[in-house]
Design a protein around this ligand. Sequence first.
Ligand code: C5P
Length: 410
Amino acid sequence: MQRLTNKQIILGITGGIAAYKSAELTRILKGAGAEVRVVMTASATEFITPLTLQALSGNPVHQHLLDAEAEAGMGHIELAKWADLILIAPASANFMARLASGQGDDLLTTICLATDAPICLAPAMNQAMWRDEGTQKNATTLESRGLKLFGPGVGEQACGDTGPGRMLEPTEIAELTAAQFDRGSLTGKTVFITAGPTREPLDPVRYISNHSSGKMGYALAEAAMEAGAKVKLISGPVNLPAPARIGRTSVESAEEMLNASLEDLSLCDIFIAAAAVADYRPTAIAEHKIKKGSEEIMELHLVKNPDIVATVANSSPKPFTVGFAAETRDVISYAKSKLERKNLDLIIANDVSRSDIGFNSDENAVTVISATTTETLPQASKRQLASKLIEKIAAQYHGSAVTEKEIETA
Ligand code: C5P
């Protein structure tokens, strides 16, 4: 399970012998799906080289506050905003003291002051330094401000002493870090979402298509990402920017959308078909632009497109499959028969005869139907509705999930 998928983590490293373990910690965080940016204090660089951490994190290492070039790249405020979580491991006694007193005298303390993200520290120091009244007071101050302390552990220390002050092992720190995000209902799950229309070319300049802004599919992709999922958004041509942190696979025709949907389908836990796929495509695509003739009526020969969601729902292993039913009448009964015919786990029905919801509108109202349940969600913005729908889908998915994928920490 990729418990840190899409998460942006600043790993702060301060000066202590345990800094050598931060290399392994970087590798584990990356392995769990996180994007890691390392910030080092000056003394940390005496223990481990920035180059090692740059190679392991795949990002430049940030070190200086008053470096015009670095600030022009990604400055301290940008870093503070970028982070979903700041993890400081090892956190030295000196760093804890500076943080507790509210100082902003280097890059790492400044980022900590400027961020809204949660801050977690893995203290590492000699047992006497940890027990020291000043350090204990600083630890209490930091915890009272909502910062989390991971450890320290008790045991043999690099200096030969035994006692509290050992930094926790990188696997334990990574586990505790992941636990900070475990609230999401789709944490560790992979969700594929089709969105937008498809275009079925007639000739190099013309195509057959459907009304579809892609807004609902894109809102679902963002909501699934916020719920902790790794999202693959398979999108037909729309006027929407690719959502941040979501990989977008752009397609044109239904056949391309099917191929993109089937690629890596074995990794997909939940498939949501929000695309308005053209039911038919021209039997042949003219090589050159079809010229206007004298005839009043033109005949087009069309062939049925593959049903993407039905193909997915009948594959093996089958992801939890969710379809949409946009109808203009008998909405619920058509949706129910579609649920059965396409072998879906859930169908989301909406009435597209109304001009205030659906298609290009920003609002929607839907009914969520499974084999045994029917629930109507009131009209709301597509974003709000998307969050509610993702929660419903997650609840149904967890109710029906039979096999859990292997837990994967690295
Ligand atoms: O059959 P109908 O187009 O009404 O079904 C709608 C549902 O099926 C939607 O979820 C849509 O994304 C999906 N669909 C599909 N491939 C098609 C046609 C529809 O995935 N060729």
